[in-house]
Design a protein around this ligand. Sequence first.
Ligand code: PLP
Length: 389
Amino acid sequence: MELRPETRAVHLPQPEITGSRPITVPIYQTSGFVFDDPAVFADAMGRPDGSFVYGRLANPTVRSLETAVSGLEGGVAALATGSGMGAINCVLLGLLGPGDHLVSQKAIYGGTAAMINELVHRFGITVTYVPEDDPEALRAAVRPETKLVYLETLANPALQVADLPGMCAVARELGIVSVVDNTFATPLLCRPIEHGADIVVHSTTKYLSGHTDVVGGLAVFADDALYRKVWHFSVELGATPDPFAAWLTLRGLQTLHLRMERHCSNARYLVSRLAAHPAVSAVHWPGLPSHPSYELAGKLLPDFGGVFSFELAGGRAAGEKFMAAVRLALLAPSLGGVETLVMHPATTSHRSLSPEELTRHGIGEGTIRVAVGIEHPEDLWADLEQALS
Ligand SMILES: *Cc1c(COP(=O)(O)O)cnc(C)c1O
């Protein structure tokens, strides 16, 4: 058939690749896929593991990321989303309904805390908060309508460590789905599924992508039925990531282990210097014997990550002065990138919390949160030290 230019411009020739394949994962920047067989087309619409059909359901670049992280976490499948909150909401909204009860640890990511408040105030879901390391408190909080337990491996900004084996064992015994946000630990420091978790969620915006250039999220499932349930909901919700974002994340993932080594060793060095500084009244990092989670962290984690916080003896005024004085460290939200970022939670990430909620999260007026990058540790200490004086 002789086609006109307008038509030929629409029907581009497909690249043919035979006898070899790309070393890296290509970006499949397409919203949909074409079929030769109508039966295969029909089958692909209803399940996550049929042929690729439409970008909101699945995409080959995105699938590579899902398979890679699922493998690292020891899950059976994963669902990538456009943000960490997208993954968390697919799980919470996909599994909870009106009248259900949720048990959450006390200190959780601010966006998750805000979402749980929405669930309570608008959707008739109830919540009980328990300490992250108290399986008996969890057992006591469970009711017949309890559906889900929500934990974080390492909580922001005081770095409490959840007793994953203890908490997940109680959840499993009582038939409740356990969800663990493993963003701060990454699968290199902790694989919650090995400790009994049913679902692991990530903000891939942070360490997994690692270069402060992409927003993304991911949920990993220990169980295929849970995966399918949440996948169906995610398709309806539309929390899909863009293939390019998935590609950037895959690219970051390849160096995760190298970056994490440096994040951890930089944190270890800086917390030891800060702990000895007269302007600092406390340092929170689970690798320090003074941290309440020190013993549990030693059992659960080979190292303790690149995020820590410290208290300035001078309170809020000292916190504001410190933030104005740092030069190398950047005043910015987020974490997990190669650059060191500092923030003052009381005036930024946690500003909407009441004084009681601030205390629940372990935040004071003079708390500084540091997400250490991969720079040379002496350069970082020189900056923090000049800002402290
Ligand atoms: C950043 C973060 C989230 C939210 O992820 P986004 O990608 O910003 O949506 C959730 N949990 C933790 C622990 C985080 O640090």
